[in-house]
Each structure stands twice: as C-alpha cells, then as structure tokens.
Design a binder for this molecule. Structure first.
Ligand SMILES: NC(=O)c1ccc[n+]([C@@H]2O[C@H](COP(=O)([O-])OP(=O)(O)OC[C@H]3O[C@@H](n4cnc5c(N)ncnc54)[C@H](O)[C@@H]3O)[C@@H](O)[C@H]2O)c1
Length: 247
C-alpha cells in the first residue's frame, strides 16, 4: 500500500502503537506530522523515523485535550506541507479503578484525552479535508469500548464514545470523500499493557483464541490499509485486531 504524496498527522506517536503506525506510514511514502504530550519522546521518535526511512517528519508537543494546541499544530502542518490528508487519533490513556472508587479526576482525564482529544483533532482537520474533497480519519478505539471491562468504566465509555463519534462523523463527511473508521485492538504488547499485573494478563490471555498478545505492527498494518486509497469504500466501520478475543 502506497501513501506517496500524502501527509499524515498521528497523535500519541511518541511510543507504542502510534510510533509504529508513524514508522509504517513513513515506509509507505507518507510525509509525517507526529505529536505527543511528551516532547522528549516525540522528538526522539521523529529522529528515529527520519533516520530509518529518510522521510520528512514534523514533530510537535501537543496535548490533544487543548483545542488551541491542536489547531496550532494543524496550522503548522498546513504551512509546512500544504495539506493534511490522513489523521490517526491514537493518543490514549488509562486510569483504571472500580466505579465505586473512581475519582472525578480519573473519569474526566480519560474522557478528555481519549474522546475530547479525538473530537478536537477531527474538528481541526475536517475543514482542510473538506476543501480538498479527500481525507482519511482512523480512530484508535479498543475492544473494551465494545465489550466493557470491570475496572475500566472510564476507558470503556471513552472508547465506546469514540466508536459512536466515528459513525456520526462518517455520516457527516462521507459525501466529501472523507472516510472515517475505527480500529478496536485487543491486547497489544506496549507500555500501556506492561502496567497490568500477572493475574490480569493471564486472565486476558485465556480469552484470546490465538493464545498470544498482539504486536503494535498488527495494528499498524490495519491503520495503513484504512488510510490508503485501497480502503476508499469503507467508512463508519469498527475493525477488531484482537486474535479473535471478541467475535
Ligand atoms: N496496548 C493495547 O493493548 C491497546 C488496546 C486497545 C487500544 N489501545 C489504544 O491504542 C492507543 C495507543 O496505545 P499504546 O498501547 O501504544 O499506549 P502508550 O501508553 O504506549 O502510548 C500512548 C501515547 O499517547 C501519549 N499521550 C497520552 N496523553 C496524551 C495527550 N493528552 N496528548 C497527546 N498525547 C498523549 C503518551 O504520551 C504516549 O506516548 C491508545 O489510544 C490505546 O487506548 C491500546
């Protein structure tokens, strides 16, 4: 799949799945604008990707919960590259707790980053995409947004909300040739899942027919397909990459 001539914006790209998506997109010929709330991480990721692919990478510190920071970054992308063709809303956090113990701050922060962050980014790119009558938006949801999970009421609500947001925006912008889809990964090896205890890990592994955790690259190749012209007649969909965990 070829992304030559395309400009991709990827959030939360300092590490994990987002960084892997950035690497795969750059190898497929895309120019890149990557951002993360962690400045040192995103700058190091940008250098890594430039060194290993030779592509141009614009890296920036952006907190996706801030509409001003997001708009400022999109303006920078337009000034540098002239367009933004692909948006991957990947930034996400967890603050797990049982609902009766969950603080307001734990609830708010997860909804803010995972759901409002995606809204801010979608809002900032739709005008240039609509003008160009072309665009691809890929939202990183989760199977937890489909099936729920004890101890993750905030996270599952944010990802379920992101799935609903995906479908509504797909309906709004479909006639302008903009595709909006969501990916629902299962249990993928990253810093986020490294935090899980052994018990939770064993319990989750027992639910996966393929009997193993996924890799960031398993998610990145699906993101590449959805961002490419090969997926031009797919919109409003939620595609699982989970080794068969939810069928
Ligand atoms: N790892 C999994 O098993 C899994 C499963 C399903 C869904 N996901 C989703 O995939 C995405 C990436 O997950 P990951 O496992 O690579 O996580 P990760 O924690 O390794 O990486 C997430 C990145 O997002 C950045 N980030 C956090 N808050 C931000 C903010 N306010 N603004 C900008 N950037 C911010 C972090 O600094 C980090 O670099 C997340 O949306 C996550 O919910 C992960």
């Amino acid at each position: 799949m070829n992304l030559s001539g395309k400009v991709s914006m990827i959030t939360g790209a300092g590490r994990g799945i987002g960084k892997q998506i950035a690497m795969v997109f750059a190898r497929s010929g895309s120019d890149l604008a990557i951002c993360d709330v962690d400045e040192a991480l995103v700058e190091a990721a940008g250098r890594d990707i430039e060194e290993s692919t030779g592509r141009k990478v614009l890296s920036g510190k952006v907190d996706v919960t801030s509409p001003e920071e997001v708009e400022g970054f999109v303006k920078k992308i337009l000034d540098n590259f002239g367009s933004v063709d692909i948006l991957v809303n990947n930034a996400g956090i967890t603050r797990d707790n049982l609902v009766m113990r969950m603080s307001e701050a734990e609830w708010d922060s997860v909804i803010d980053v995972n759901l409002k962050g995606a809204f801010n980014c979608i809002k900032a790119v739709t005008r240039p995409m609509m003008k160009k009558k072309s665009g691809k938006i890929v939202n990183m949801a989760s199977i937890i947004g489909v099936m729920g999970n004890a101890g993750q009421a905030n996270y599952s609500a944010s990802k379920g909300g992101l799935i609903a947001l995906t479908k509504s925006v797909a309906k709004e912008v479909g006639s302008r040739n903009i595709n909006v889809n969501a990916i629902a990964p299962g249990f993928i090896k990253t810093d986020m899942t490294d935090k899980l205890g052994e018990d939770a890990r064993d319990r989750l592994l027992g639910l996966i027919p393929m009997g193993r955790m996924g890799e960031s690259s398993d998610v990145a190749t699906l993101a590449l397909f959805l961002a490419s012209e090969d997926a031009s007649y797919i919109t409003g969909q939620v595609i699982k990459v989970d080794g068969g965990m939810v069928m």
